[in-house]
Design a protein. Structure first.
Length: 187
């Protein structure tokens, strides 16, 4: 997808979701102490690291930076507001700022933490040939419901096949998944 279209979509989406962000920020602050925004180092295009922004969904200090332990269903580290934000993917709205800053795109492989990238094979590193995305080919194929290795293969497949029509297909499928709630984070 052209960079200008990424910027336009991100700016419009941020404006549209501003009231949701305000309500989420209030819910986060009322439900637990700590910042509203969670920041984590991620690996982007060409292997460059950047700070990913998300709405904080876990208790303060429960996920040491860079570790990225898996969040299980009914994980006690997840706050009440966090459960809703994760289930609806609303915790990802601040990623739109990453898109505006040029660190991410609307469509592309989801960015991973440096500890995971350290173990990548040369084939797996191909996913860093493009900007990471808010949504991607692996996300619309099953998200966390498919094995990690398969997700990386799908990301590389996207890199090899990417074109505007595929990006539109991924966006349409993402919208459908968000509307229906299928394939999103577990309850």
């Amino acid at each position: 997808m052209p960079r200008m279209l990424d910027i336009l979509i991100a700016a419009l989406a941020l404006a549209l979701f501003a009231p949701v962000l305000l309500i989420a920020a209030i819910a986060i602050k009322l439900g637990s102490r700590g910042p509203v925004i969670y920041r984590q180092r991620r690996v982007g295009k060409d292997g460059r690291e950047f700070e990913l922004l998300k709405l904080r969904t876990m208790e303060l200090g429960s996920d040491p930076v860079g570790v990225g332990r898996v969040v299980a269903v009914d994980d006690p580290r997840v706050t009440a507001a966090g459960r809703f934000l994760r289930r609806t993917s609303l915790d990802e709205i601040p990623n739109l700022v990453n898109v505006l800053r040029g660190e991410m795109a609307i469509v592309g492989p989801r960015p991973t933490i440096p500890a995971q990238v350290a173990d990548y094979t040369p084939f797996q590193h191909r996913r860093h040939e493009v900007r990471p995305g808010l949504t991607g080919w692996a996300q619309v194929q099953g998200r966390a419901g498919i094995p990690w290795e398969e997700r990386i293969e799908l990301d590389v497949e996207y890199v090899e096949r990417r074109r505007f029509g595929l990006d539109l297909h991924i966006l349409a499928k993402t919208a459908w998944l968000l509307i229906t709630g299928h394939g999103l984070a577990p309850d």
